[in-house]
Design a protein around this ligand. Structure first.
Ligand code: PEP
Ligand code: MN
Length: 344
């Protein structure tokens, strides 16, 4: 971290400020005295240094971080890819590309069971389905809640597919004890109390990027989970809000190589929420693979026009089969292998 001091600051003030920074933050401070201003360089672990309180000092002109504020998710300190392996071929990261597929919402027993069987047959390695739904309107379908989780467990029992489902409140954690991967939705990416609780869990967390959050903010949210003790985080780019109206969100495809460069965590792309249109799912999925994604999360519904949520962006099981086959054809070109279930 570099701190530029205002002109006219005395040596005594610099010494006092430096000593204070060192004792408060456990860093080493070096000072360079120029003709017009003094520059301080902070060496050591500056992740916990409060940049705003430094900025607030009268003698400070400007402050700049030269090291990323995220540590545990940073590739610099962990060069190897993190791999999430739930067994029987359900692997994410480390050269494997996994497809997570299923409906936006779990609606009833046959809906989730039928879709689960279909997506497994077509090559999905994980089953998704929302039981607790974050809806913009309080009058919209809110999900089957605990009974939705029960239906997901049935579908897992029948297919063997690990289940991925969204949590909205730390109070619901007890219900998620045997969920395989807990999803944090875009709207909760900065629900820090939830992230801290998930940091105490011993299971992978699929963390979606917020609608209006930067890539660094996504990494800092991953850092919350990891700092609390859980290293198994999967990052998800699901599109961000822009001025564009042709799509529900704008898929920030550059987030994929950027996240892969800066972090060792697996990166998944959600072409369904990114686009809002089922016909765009395939091209965006292709783009995601070309950009280096480790996985795709795709909404599949057996009757999209009557889906209780996100019908317009849901592909049918037949469409999913074709998309999955195409993914299988291209994945090798980008140096990856499709995660394939061994129990099919
Ligand atoms: C979902 O996965 O159905 C969902 C609500 O996603 P997001 O949080 O990305 O909007
Ligand atoms: Mn959805």
């Amino acid at each position: 971290m570099i701190i530029v001091l205002k002109p006219g600051v005395t040596r005594e003030q610099v010494d006092q400020f430096s000593a204070d920074l060192e004792s408060r933050n456990g860093v080493k401070v070096n000072a360079w005295y120029g003709e017009h201003s003094t520059v301080l360089g902070l060496l050591g672990d500056t992740a916990a240094v409060d940049i705003e309180s430094i900025q607030a000092q009268d003698m400070v002109e400007s402050v700049k971080r030269v090291q990323e504020p995220y540590k545990k998710s940073n590739r610099k300190f962990h060069p190897d890819d993190t791999v999430i392996d739930l067994g029987n071929g359900s692997v994410l990261g480390g050269g494997k590309l996994a497809i997570i597929a299923g409906p936006c919402s779990v609606e009833n027993e046959s809906q989730i069971a039928d879709i689960a069987a279909d997506v497994k047959e077509s090559g999905a390695a994980f089953l998704r389905g929302g039981a607790f739904k974050p809806r913009t309107s309080p009058y919209a379908f809110q999900g089957l809640r605990a009974s939705g989780l029960e239906l997901l467990r049935h579908a897992r029992q029948k297919t063997g597919l690990p289940i991925v489902t969204e949590i909205m409140s730390p109070a619901h954690l007890v219900l998620f004890e045997d969920v395989d991967i807990i999803q944090v939705g875009a709207r909760n990416m900065q629900n820090f109390e939830l992230l801290k609780e998930l940091g105490k869990c011993d299971k992978p967390i699929l963390l979606k990027r917020g609608l209006a959050n930067t890539i660094e903010e996504l990494l800092m949210s991953a850092e919350y989970i990891m700092a609390a003790g859980n290293d198994q985080v999967i990052l998800c780019e699901r599109g961000i809000r822009t001025f564009e109206t042709m799509t529900r969100n704008t898929l920030d495809i550059s987030a994929v190589p950027i996240l892969k460069k800066h972090s060792h965590l697996p990166v998944v792309v959600d072409p369904s929420h990114a686009s809002g249109h089922s016909w765009l799912v395939e091209p965006l999925a292709m783009a995601a693979i070309a950009a280096g994604a480790d996985g795709l999360i795709i909404e599949v519904h057996n009757d999209p026009p009557h889906a209780l949520s996100d019908g317009a962006q849901s592909v049918t099981p037949d469409q999913f089969r074709r998309i999955s086959a195409r993914i299988g054809e291209v994945v090798g070109v980008f140096g990856k292998e499709l995660s394939a279930r061994t129990d099919r």
